[in-house]
Design a protein around this ligand. Structure first.
Ligand SMILES: [Zn+2]
Length: 437
């Protein structure tokens, strides 16, 4: 097997070299956070902790956690460690319940992120001369621009087509001879399906060789489905906007876990209940501490993603730890077409609408793309309305939910008491995708 490296010196660091640089960077990062971010200054004081108390990488466990809510509560700029004059980019995650989380990047942050993305595209096999069709969304979401900068850095020709417009995707794929496709796994399947319907001979007319997919959970079954339908090699990536965006980790050609770029990002896994570190190989909640981030530095940021870390040797010779695919969420967040959806947001919208009864049920399924259906019980009074009024009522709820979630939702109105209950409680979320992929 052939292994490519963007920054061979760093990517092939020994464990000792990785830990040496992590310690050096962690120590300055902790001091930087305490000096420049009020939240950290106060938390360290409260914990009776000084930056000097961090005497090894293992001491990271002494540092208090950072939660997504910290970012929300400090909306928009109170977690920034640099004045706005030094910020050159602002991204924000899709607003869940309440404020979105905002991330500001300094020029150095963009440079670091670009370096990580260059490694991330090279590691599965991307290189100069590739034609990279970037079908991740451009905009506040970090996927599009992350791949864009990384692709340009390695010398690929980047097509900034963004998501959607599938017939144009296929036309350019054929006419430009795209060799790499980057998007969510479900969208890649949708493209394949669409091409088939249009009568495109994928093997003859499409030159794609590589797919780099992320922003949604995926399985080995889904991977082989994509590989077969597009005739490519498919790789998983992982990232989140709070930690730059895509480019936190990626699979190498061994496809045996995702190498985390540990010289820049320190990963940990803690137990869901006790919040103590778990042993290597054991599942728990993933945390990250970016080690040189300037704009919005974060210490021990809790992702709520469930995964494990594997320090065993990899054939590609990288000693950087491999994280497993994310197997779930510690909270109840759903990822629908790459967008984060919290059942609590749906509840919040429903409960504000007169005529909505006491129970609802969220059903997520996948029919090539994810579908989100909410079954809503109406009140007895509403239930006796004319059919036409009920149809309008249904459409109004769909619009309100779309406004709140930015994802299309199908509403099914049902009679009071129709949603089955066990022990008096209705099952709120049914995710059928796991069974179907
Ligand atoms: Zn490897």
């Amino acid at each position: 097997m052939e292994y490519l490296y963007w920054n061979k010196d760093v990517e092939l660091f020994s464990r000792e070299e990785i830990e040496r640089i992590q310690y050096k960077r962690l120590r300055s990062m902790v001091k930087y956070c305490c000096d420049n971010v009020r939240l950290y200054n106060e938390r360290f004081k409260k914990a009776g902790l000084n930056p000097e108390d961090i005497k090894s990488v293992k001491d990271v466990t002494k540092i208090p956690f950072t939660f997504k809510d910290d970012l929300r509560e400090n909306y928009p700029f109170k977690m920034f460690a640099k004045p706005l004059e030094e910020i050159v980019r602002l991204h924000a995650s899709s607003g869940t319940s309440g404020s979105p989380t905002v991330v500001g990047y300094t020029r150095n942050d963009i440079e670091t992120w670009t370096e990580l993305m260059a490694r991330t595209i090279t590691c599965p096999g991307g290189h100069r001369g590739d034609i990279l069709q970037n079908a991740y969304g451009y905009g506040l979401f970090t996927g599009g621009l992350g791949f864009h900068y990384g692709g340009e850095r390695i010398g690929a020709a980047v097509i900034p087509i963004s998501g959607g417009n599938t017939s144009l995707q296929i036309k350019l794929m054929k006419d430009f001879g795209s060799t790499i496709l980057t998007c969510t796994p479900s969208y890649s399947l949708y493209i394949a399906e669409y091409a088939k319907q249009e009568g495109v001979d994928i093997e003859k007319e499409i030159k794609l060789r590589l797919g780099i997919f992320g922003a949604e959970p995926s399985s080995e079954t889904l991977r082989s489905k994509i590989e077969n339908s597009l005739n490519i090699d498919a790789f998983d990536i992982y990232g989140l906007s709070e930690i730059y965006g895509p480019g936190v980790s990626v699979e190498c050609p061994e496809k045996n876990g995702l190498h985390v770029w540990e010289d820049q990002i320190l990963p940990e896994v803690i137990d869901k209940e006790t919040r103590e570190p778990v042993s290597p190989g054991e599942k728990g909640i993933l945390l990250f501490t970016p080690l040189t981030k300037e704009g919005v530095p974060l210490l021990r940021y809790i992702t709520n993603d469930i995964a494990s870390l594997n320090y065993e040797k990899c054939n590609c010779n990288r000693k950087m730890v491999r994280m497993s695919k994310v197997t779930g969420r510690a909270d109840d967040m759903l990822i629908v077409r790459g967008v984060n959806v919290y059942p609590s947001q749906i509840e919040h919208v429903l409960m504000g609408i007169p005529g909505v009864g006491e129970n609802y049920q969220i059903v997520v399924d996948r029919d090539i793309l994810d579908t989100l259906t909410v079954r809503v019980e109406v009140t007895q009074e509403k239930f006796s309305d004319r059919i036409k009024d009920l149809e309008n009522f249904q459409r109004m709820i769909e619009e309100r939910l779309f406004e709140a979630l930015r994802v299309k939702v199908k509403i099914e109105l049902v009679a009071p008491g129709e949603i089955p209950r066990s022990m008096g409680k209705a099952k709120r979320v049914i995710d059928l995708r796991k069974e179907n992929i």
